[in-house]
Design a binder for this molecule. Structure first.
Ligand code: CP
Length: 311
């Protein structure tokens, strides 16, 4: 593929091809070593304005987009919903039109509503990157997960990956369930019935028995229970989640010999994952994921602001 990328916005993994994903991962590779240098300054986004509009809290995504933009030379402005005119009743579209009038060159948006990034993209004159919309998609998380796995195993094809926990409410799962099979992984979904998708996507093995679901897996990607997106009754009904679905050291015995553990964060230790598993230097890729997040976001900011990208 040439340097021309055939998409104007990054709204989700759905709609990207395997080649599109591989292209973004290959672009991200160059930034991994760059980010390990003592001095990290590249000038390709000098003169461009990047707005990070976060309507929901974030640590990893917001700060890695900010760091990514600054390392590429962009002027980065962060929009914080709590101190914005959204609190006075301004709509999402009016907020987007207002930000657009300031002539940004790229808008990164996180929002609690599914489809918010697509809605904003309709009125923006610049590329829009979805940094997580409700329980919809979180495409840069899926890209950083893929980059982390590709670097660890040298491939994604053929890996047995168990995505575990609250899949129904997870935009991380929403994106990974598109990207990982496209890249050739064998993906299973594992969790209590009420946290699995209401109609499981075809082609995925699904398990409600955690130990059966993770058996022989090369990768366990465990997800936080997203109580903020649940009815109270569902949240209350989950009971002692850890005893049934918590990733403990004993349960690691069921995985393939060189298996790894991933979590997009933020994690709830003692709920979906134990602290000693999360910190296991042999098994846990959780901080590698964070590191790859900066490289992936640098690649996305670079690729999506190129003048020859898709219409
Ligand atoms: N993984 C992720 O999106 O984390 P944050 O909510 O901290 O950005």
């Amino acid at each position: 593929m040439s340097s021309a990328f055939p998409h104007r916005h990054l709204l989700g993994i759905e709609g990207l091809s395997a080649d599109d994903i591989r292209f973004l991962l290959d672009e991200a590779e160059q930034w991994v070593e760059f980010n390990r240098r003592a001095r990290k300054q590249d000038g390709r986004l000098i003169g461009l304005t990047q707005i990070n509009a976060f309507f929901e809290n974030s640590t990893r995504t917001l700060f890695s987009f900010e760091i990514a933009g600054k390392r590429l030379g962009a002027q980065v402005a962060n929009f914080h919903v709590d101190s914005s005119s959204v609190k006075k009743g301004e709509s999402l579209t009016d907020t987007a039109l207002t930000l657009n009038a300031m002539q940004p060159d790229v808008l990164v948006i996180r929002h609690e509503a599914n489809g918010a990034a697509a809605e904003v993209a309709e009125v923006m004159g610049c590329p829009v990157i979805n940094a997580g919309d409700g329980s919809g998609e979180h495409p840069t998380q899926a890209l950083l997960d893929a980059l982390t796995l590709r670097r660890r195993f040298g491939r994604i094809e053929g890996l047995k990956i168990a995505i575990c926990g609250d899949i129904r409410h997870s935009r991380v799962a929403g994106s990974n369930l598109h990207s990982l099979p496209l890249l050739g992984a064998e993906v299973r979904i594992v969790g209590p019935e009420e946290l699995l998708p209401p109609s499981p996507p075809p082609g995925f093995a699904s398990f409600t028995d955690f130990e059966e679901g993770i058996s022989g897996a090369d990768v366990v990607m465990t997800l936080r229970i997203q109580r903020e997106r649940m009815e109270e009754a569902l949240s209350d009904s989950l009971g002692d989640y850890h005893s049934l679905y918590g990733l403990t050291r004993e349960r690691l015995e069921r995985l393939a010999p060189n298996a790894v553990v991933m979590h997009p964060g933020p994690m709830n230790r003692g709920v979906e994952i134990d602290g000693d598993v999360a910190e296991d230097p042999e098994r846990s890729l959780i901080l590698d994921q964070v590191e790859m997040g900066v490289a992936v976001r640098m690649a996305c900011l670079d690729v999506f602001t190129r003048p020859d990208r898709g219409a």
